[in-house]
Design a protein around this ligand. Structure first.
Ligand code: AGP
Length: 614
């Protein structure tokens, strides 16, 4: 998704904004641009492709000024061209706009503007905003903030907008309309920052203000004034966030994804830390206390997520139904609101989301709220929209996840779902204390077991080398490991661009077995559990048809090793937590195959870290 950065203060804006955009590169983009005002003129530089192209232009033609805005664009309306790159201006060039999101009624607005003689130079919906703001600005709005507010009143759809004007060289105006990604203000010493995400701000300040839906900020070097779109003042807290820029560095790893895979012992520790009372065998989730009274009477959870988070929802179903004896329905975020879900009294929506900004997941929360239902969010990013919309939150505490392909956030989502299942079981009286004690002991051992998987000598590179030329992969799993087959397939396809499918192993004979031949590697998740023999039989069925099998097996299970072509060992663990141990090797397998194929592992083509448009 697009990245937004703005600066106003005593320092030169250009390099501050450019570095901020670099911190947002992980969001995915296809063009970039930057504008700076110094009171005498507004200058703008834009380029197609990676930020390095824009940096080269800026080296050739630097801009001076202490007020600046910059943007990385992920094309929605109009291709990734320089003319479509933000910032966009009005005809005079004095009003400058950057935007995230989609103006759903831009065609009719554009037609009105064209009828008034406005000339357009791009195919974007964003340019419409620039002209609307100018119309209001030069027709009596009085100041930029009022002009932006009035223009936003004409927009349909979700937008995050930052504006500046040559006539107000000490002012940025930032506004949020719907869920087009966040707008966060960084509060510095005598300087202010605006961004769509905190990594763009953290090297300067950890004091931030989050704009909520339908809020607008007037930002000067000495601070910000926030109002609603009716112009009424709004009091906002300044939050100090714990993430520091150091943790957002690569720490010597070749890619953020590899770093984040190897962080999982620590990130899993952090999702558990402070949430377990081992003496009384209780789970402590203080941010759910507001929901405590309704938990014993709950009749159903609707688990909603997208992509990898949807796989975490599938696992949450297994965990919560088994441990809390509470029915769970699972929906894709992109489907939930369109299927007119049957939301009965006694239901709560559980959303799982790393970014807390995924538009389809947020829309599910709003659907629930509009129908009078409460929601719980398992979310990583503090202050994200999901975190602020939810009635109860369980933070993943995984730290920034920069790689577009989710790894540590996923395993923390599963661990958080496990803790939630115990918490619900405790509240509903379905888990006696001794059972809880055993289950808590199991999860307390998980970080160490993941550490063993990361260092047990499995030779992922050799296996990757052997199968790197394949055009297709099939991933098979059963029961609670079926979602891991889906997740393993998603990891491979999204970073290596190899087609991969995850399937319940028992379904193979109902179609996919027709695919089996020596060209199709099959990854079979076959831990020592109650369906191990069934999985072993599936492996034999694949081998009998000339297929090649990479088996995930419990350490010491030599029979599986003998039956497969290659084996990846994982430690013995509780069946509820084996999925976490099984997914880590699949993350590494996908990573090494993608590296061998020369793919852009951290920023795969066409993908964005947070999908804030439909
Ligand atoms: C994960 O590898 C993908 N990049 C993607 O499917 C992601 O899980 C999905 O977009 C949901 O994102 P969220 O967790 O931030 O809501």
């Amino acid at each position: 998704m697009c990245g937004i950065v703005g600066y106003v203060g005593p320092r030169e804006a250009q390099d501050i904004v450019l570095e901020g955009l670099r911190r947002l590169e992980y969001r995915g983009y296809d063009s970039a641009g930057l504008a700076v005002a110094d009171g005498g003129a507004v200058e703008r530089r834009r380029s197609v492709g990676k930020l390095e192209n824009l940096a080269a232009v800026l080296r050739e033609q630097p801009m001076r000024g202490c007020l600046g805005i910059g943007h990385t664009r992920w094309a929605t309306h109009g291709g990734g061209t320089e003319a479509n790159a933000h910032p966009h201006t009005d005809a005079s060039g004095r009003i400058v706009i950057i935007q995230n999101g989609i103006v759903e009624n831009y065609l009719e607005l554009k037609a009105d503007l064209l009828a008034k003689g406005v000339e357009f130079v791009s195919q974007t919906d964003t340019e419409v905003i620039a002209h609307l703001v100018a119309q209001h600005y030069y027709n009596g709005a009085g100041d930029l903030a009022t002009a932006v507010r009035q223009a936003l009143g004409q927009l349909e759809g979700a937008s995050a907008v930052v504006a500046m004007s040559l006539d107000e060289p000490d002012t940025l105006v930032a506004a949020r309309l719907g869920n087009a990604g966040g707008v966060v203000l960084g509060v510095g010493e005598g300087e202010m920052f605006v961004a769509s995400d905190m990594p763009a701000i953290l090297e300067h300040t950890r004091r931030v203000i989050f704009l909520d839906n339908r809020e607008l900020a007037v930002v000067h070097a000495d601070g910000a004034r926030v109002m609603d779109l009716a112009g009424e003042p709004v009091d906002k807290d300044v939050t100090t966030v714990s993430w520091n820029p150091v943790t957002v560095a690569k720490d010597g790893y070749r890619h953020f994804m590899l770093k984040e895979i190897h962080e999982q012992s620590r990130s899993l520790t952090d999702v558990i830390r402070g949430r377990v009372d081992f003496d009384r065998a209780n789970v402590l989730l203080p941010d759910l206390e507001g929901l405590r009274p309704v938990l014993p009477h709950l009749r159903r959870l609707h688990a909603v997520g997208c992509g990898t988070a949807w796989h975490a929802c599938l696992l949450a179903k297994f965990l919560i139904e088994d441990l809390a004896r509470l029915p769970v329905e699972v929906d894709y975020g992109s489907e939930f609101r369109y299927r007119d879900p049957l939301l009965e009294p006694g239901s709560v929506v559980l959303v799982i989301t790393q970014s807390g900004e995924t538009v389809d997941t947020l829309a599910a929360m709003e659907e629930a709220r509009d129908r009078g239902m409460q929601s719980i969010a398992l979310v990583n990013v503090m202050g994200s929209q999901a975190a602020r919309l939810a009635d109860g939150v369980v933070y993943l505490n995984a730290g920034p996840e920069i790689g577009v392909a989710s790894t540590k956030a996923f395993t923390s989502q599963v661990a958080a779902a496990y803790l939630l299942a115990l918490y619900l079981g405790q509240a509903r009286g379905t888990l006696p204390q001794e059972r809880r004690r055993d289950l808590l002991r199991d999860i307390a051992a998980l970080p160490n077991l993941v550490g063993r998987v990361l260092s047990n000598g499995n030779n992922y590179e050799a296996i990757a080398q052997k199968y790197v030329e394949a055009d297709d992969f099939l991933y098979l799993g059963r029961g609670i490991n079926y979602p891991i087959a889906l997740e393993g397939a998603l990891k491979l396809k999204e970073i290596s661009y190899i087609h991969a499918e995850g399937y319940p192993a028992g379904e193979m004979k109902h179609g996919p077995i027709a695919l089996i031949d020596e060209h199709l590697p099959v990854v079979a998740i076959c831990p020592r559990d109650k369906v191990r023999d069934k999985m072993l039989s599936n492996i034999e069925q694949v081998r009998a048809r000339g297929g090649r099998v990479i088996a995930l097996a419990t350490e010491g299970d030599e029979e599986v090793a003998r039956t497969a072509d290659d084996v990846i060992w994982i430690p013995e663990a509780s069946r509820y937590l084996t999925p976490v141990l099984a997914v880590v090797p699949l993350q590494l397998l996908a990573y090494h195959i993608a590296v061998l194929r020369g793919a852009d592992v951290d920023q795969p083509r066409n993908l964005a870290k947070s999908v804030t448009v439909e």
